[in-house]
Design a protein around this ligand. Sequence first.
Ligand SMILES: Nc1ncnc2c1ncn2[C@@H]1O[C@H](COP(=O)(O)OP(=O)(O)O)[C@@H](O)[C@H]1O
Ligand SMILES: [Mg+2]
Length: 266
Amino acid sequence: MGPVIESHGLSHEYPDGTTALRDVSLTIEAGERVAVIGANGSGKSTLQLALGGLVDASAGTVEYFGETTDAETVRDRLGVLLQDPDDYLFNTTVREDLEYGPAQLGMSKQAADRRIERLSDRLGLTGLLDQPPFRLSGGEKQRAAVASVLTFAPDVLLLDEPFGAVDGRYRERILELMTAHDGAVVSFTPSPDLVPELADRVILIGQDGSVVADGPVREILTDGPLLREHGLRPPATVRLFDGIVDADAIPLTVSEAREFLVREIR
Ligand SMILES: Nc1ncnc2c1ncn2[C@@H]1O[C@H](COP(=O)(O)OP(=O)(O)O)[C@@H](O)[C@H]1O
Ligand SMILES: [Mg+2]
């Protein structure tokens, strides 16, 4: 299948002189689940926009599907969820916002309606479809924005802070949709806690906008000093078990921690 996205030496400086990315080279393989983590201001959103072809990086290249460096020619294969849900919701009703992407891509009305109905049901939007988007709460807007990138089936999802202000129940639904997605899923988040549930590989961006680590979830998330050095806090289970059990046995999720405790205590 080969890589879906490959960047070489990506650097970006904003017009005011802020350097947001430094020499980022990475490869995302088809179907891979990757989390890009980093402190506030480390450059995650800039990287997401550059990989999504929405920001023209000052230096370096991004290649899509091993065939082109022009994101516009593969726009229908990229699902880009921007950090601010208000950037998607610009129609008069939530339904129109959800119909927009499929219509742009020439999907049949019937196929689009089926997908919109299923996603609205999963994400609790059914009763909100005829509302004007500006009236939704923060979490509702976020759910509508997530639905809008899933209305077509992109080969790559680039999701900037996909959980936003979403409550626990719908966080789980979004996680389920991400897990069920056939294509590659790249999530950008400042919070390592949910990473074990949404990725197999982690790319850690340092505060200077460069890649400081790229490897398996366990290797990076159990390295407390590394995370703290770069402005992050290790996941709760790691903080709990660190120093008590070997790094390779530390539970990474609450359900793993529970199994561990049941085994040890019983
Ligand atoms: N439009 C912009 N103009 C100038 N600086 C920006 C702009 N957008 C982001 N920045 C700066 O670039 C750096 C990286 O920002 P961003 O990519 O949003 O980081 P993150 O998503 O990791 O919080 C920060 O220092 C931020 O203040
Ligand atoms: Mg950001």
